[in-house]
Write a protein that binds this ligand. Structure first.
Ligand SMILES: CC(C)(COP(=O)(O)OP(=O)(O)OC[C@H]1O[C@@H](n2cnc3c(N)ncnc32)[C@H](O)[C@@H]1OP(=O)(O)O)[C@@H](O)C(=O)NCCC(=O)NCCS
Length: 164
């Protein structure tokens, strides 16, 4: 079944926080930051520096993505968060959220998307996911998050073709 991707509404917040809580990848302090960002978006979706979208299937929220233009750049965008509820992973929902994001970044005049993630083994699926979608590793900072936990940065250049 193909999810419907649409912008976040206030009624979705509880479901998104549940997805984040169930994702074993995230630490507690990261959930607080994710919630602050969601609140910022919901306060004023038009003028927020974030864009937040959810994947809905049969009235259930199965995933979400948060992205936005990178401050002080021309045409560079960051994907800050993406998560799919653990039981619904590996069904293509994450890819749909990424296509939606790339399409909207391209529509807004974006030319480059950056994502950052961890090198910990609990992020193996995440790293494979980005590489499969054509994200290229451009930078790795050893021991960034913690000893033996590198920060990996990926980039994807966006053109009308990549985001269609
Ligand atoms: C990263 C994440 C969002 C991917 O979401 P997802 O819905 O599982 O992604 P998809 O289903 O589109 O693709 C995942 C894999 O499933 C495979 N897949 C997709 N549809 C499939 C299907 N019907 N049957 C079997 N496999 C399938 C894809 O080929 C892909 O393979 P890969 O592991 O080689 O990349 C998800 O794993 C997640 O929430 N991780 C935890 C949070 C996280 O790390 N977020 C990023 C940092 S902020």
């Amino acid at each position: 079944m193909i999810p419907r991707i649409r912008t976040l509404a206030p009624r979705d917040k509880t479901a998104v926080m549940t997805i984040l809580r169930k994702s074993e990848q995230f630490e507690l302090f990261e959930l607080d930051v994710a919630e602050e960002v969601i609140n910022d978006y919901l306060r004023d979706p038009i003028n927020s520096s974030y864009h937040v979208a959810v994947a809905e299937m049969e009235s259930n929220i199965e995933g979400y993505v948060c992205y936005g233009p990178t401050p002080l750049t021309k045409g560079t965008w960051d994907i800050y968060w993406i998560a799919v509820t653990p039981k619904s992973r590996k069904q293509g929902i994450g890819k749909q959220l990424m296509s939606y994001t790339e399409y909207n970044v391209e529509k807004a005049g974006g030319r480059l998307i950056i994502v950052e993630t961890s090198s910990k083994s609990s992020y193996d699926d995440t790293n494979n996911f980005y590489r499969d979608l054509g994200y290229e590793e451009i930078c790795r900072i050893p021991d960034f998050y913690a000893p033996k936990d590198d920060k990996i940065m990926y980039q994807k250049k966006i053109t009308a073709k990549t985001s269609s």
